[in-house]
Every structure is written in structure tokens, then in C-alpha cells.
Write a protein that binds this ligand. Structure first.
Ligand SMILES: NC(=O)c1ccc[n+]([C@@H]2O[C@H](COP(=O)([O-])OP(=O)(O)OC[C@H]3O[C@@H](n4cnc5c(N)ncnc54)[C@H](OP(=O)(O)O)[C@@H]3O)[C@@H](O)[C@H]2O)c1
Length: 239
């Protein structure tokens, strides 16, 4: 039975992915700050579920909690780094929180998972990181969010090359959702091609099982990403 840990499983994409993985028989380790939500999920799922309160911005504590959780589960096959935040603002307090969570918090966990996997007998494991279509270009609505996702997509690409060079069997999957109906997007007034969280979670699980390098969620967002890259400044800057 495969074992997966989801960092940020208390709502939205993480919670929906936990439900999908439970249906497929994964043993799960679920984390988040709102531990009461994890307890509800633990009761509702028909698989073995371990829960751990975790704030990824308490970097060293979170890294130790991940290792303790892996030990409690007697190993893990997949670590999904999903925790993330975003607000449409450039207030410093908000930008700092975005960087702490989406960048440093992400790396704190992905780095701990990477080092854990490389010390396994066959250097084997899988890290799935939830980035965003926002990774492909700067965004005038929410600059730090786009930048944070560009950072983690680039970081994941680097981890993949590092594992390849060293001969470690560590797969890295960069998940890039477009718009998904979750508490994070509740306040957004302009959205299109919006996926239900259930559909998004199913496609993320499929990409995880295939060990895809990069997956756009939903698939048509690959086209939007391509357009975002090639549009001239004069057009893109007005969007
Ligand atoms: N929804 C979209 O349209 C969309 C599009 C592209 C990418 N994404 C990405 O998808 C991921 C999930 O977002 P979502 O839409 O599902 O939003 P969400 O419902 O708000 O879920 C965010 C999750 O991250 C966790 N989290 C936030 N800050 C954390 C912290 N400091 N420590 C630990 N966990 C933390 C939350 O748990 P607690 O609050 O309980 O800690 C929650 O489980 C994010 O990385 C987001 O950037 C979403």
C-alpha cells in the first residue's frame, strides 16, 4: 500500500487530494495548522491516517515534524507540498507572509523530503509540489505570489536535475493549477476556466501516479501558459 504525506491538507486542493488518495488505498499523513480540521478528515477517511499540526513558516520545527511523521508511518513514498497562500495586495506584511509560506516554507519541507529520500536504500522517493500557472510570468495583480511560484517551479526543476546527476531515483512533479474553486479563490472576482476542486484533485493524483515532470491543472491551462509566455508586454501588462 503506497504511503503519502500531504502538507496543507485542511482545505481546498490538499483536502480533496487526501480524499482521492484515501479512495485509492494510500496510507496518509496529513498536516496543517488547523488540526481540528485534520481530525475531522481522519475520522471521515476509510484508510490509515496520521495527522500532525504543522506551520511551515516555523521552518526548523516543521522539518522535524515531517521527519517524525515519516518515522511514525514507518516510511513514505510521496510527499505533496501543497501549503500556500496568496492575497491581491502588495502590502509588505502580506508579501512577507507569501514568501515565508510559499517559498521558504516550501523549500524547508521539500529539502527535508529530498534528503530523507536520498538516504533511503535505493535513494527512492517522489516529491509533488503545488506551484501554479502563475509561475510562468510575473503578475501585476499579485507580484509576490507569481514570483513565489516561479521560485518553487525552478527549485523543483533543479532538484530533478540534482537527483538525475547523482543517480537517485527521486521523482519530482511540478503541479501548475489554473483557477480552482477553493477557499483561496472565494474572493476572486475575475476567473475563467475554473475547475472544481474534485476534478483538480483527480488530475493531480493522475499526474502523481504517472510521475509527470510538469502537469497543468486542468490540462487546457498548458495553452494559457504558452500564451502568457509569448504575449508581448503591451498586451500582457493590460491583463
Ligand atoms: N485555488 C487555486 O485556484 C490555485 C491555483 C493555483 C495554485 N494553487 C495552489 O494550491 C495550493 C492549495 O491552495 P488552495 O486553493 O487549496 O487553498 P486553501 O484551501 O486556502 O488551502 C491552503 C492549504 O495550505 C495550508 N497552509 C497555508 N499556510 C500554511 C502554513 N503556514 N503552514 C502549514 N500549512 C499552511 C492550509 O492549512 P492551514 O490553514 O490549516 O494551515 C490549507 O490546508 C496553494 O499552494 C496554492 O497556491 C491554488
Amino acid at each position: 500500500m503506497p504511503k503519502a504525506i500531504i502538507i496543507g491538507a485542511t482545505s481546498g486542493i490538499g483536502e480533496a487530494l487526501a480524499k482521492k488518495m484515501a479512495q485509492e488505498g494510500y496510507e496518509l499523513g496529513l498536516t496543517g495548522r488547523r488540526v481540528e480540521k485534520l481530525a475531522v478528515l481522519q475520522k471521515a477517511l476509510s484508510t490509515s491516517v496520521h495527522i500532525q499540526k504543522m506551520d511551515v513558516t516555523l521552518f526548523d520545527e516543521a522539518r522535524q515534524q515531517l521527519l517524525d511523521l515519516i518515522q511514525k508511518m514507518d516510511g513514505v513514498d510521496v510527499v505533496v507540498v501543497n501549503a500556500g497562500i496568496g492575497w491581491v495586495t502588495t502590502k509588505w506584511e502580506n508579501e512577507q507572509a507569501i514568501i515565508n509560506t510559499n517559498v521558504t516554507g516550501f523549500v524547508a519541507i521539500a529539502n527535508a523530503a529530498f534528503h530523507y529520500f536520498k538516504t533511503q536504500p535505493k535513494g527512492k522517493g517522489h516529491i509533488v509540489g503545488i506551484s501554479s500557472v502563475a509561475a510562468v510570468r510575473g503578475g501585476g495583480q499579485i507580484p509576490s505570489y507569481h514570483a513565489s511560484k516561479a521560485f518553487i517551479s525552478s527549485y523543483m526543476e533543479g532538484l530533478r536535475y540534482k537527483a538525475l546527476k547523482k543517480g537517485w531515483d527521486i521523482a519530482i512533479t511540478d503541479i501548475r493549477p489554473g483557477f480552482v474553486e477553493t477557499p483561496m479563490t472565494e474572493q476572486n472576482d475575475v476567473m475563467f476556466w475554473v475547475a472544481t476542486v474534485d476534478k483538480a484533485a483527480q488530475q493531480i493524483l493522475n499526474a502523481t501516479k504517472r510521475k509527470s515532470k510538469t502537469a497543468y491543472i486542468t490540462k487546457r491551462w498548458r495553452l494559457a501558459a504558452w500564451l502568457m509566455r509569448i504575449l508581448p508586454d503591451a498586451v500582457y501588462s493590460k491583463m
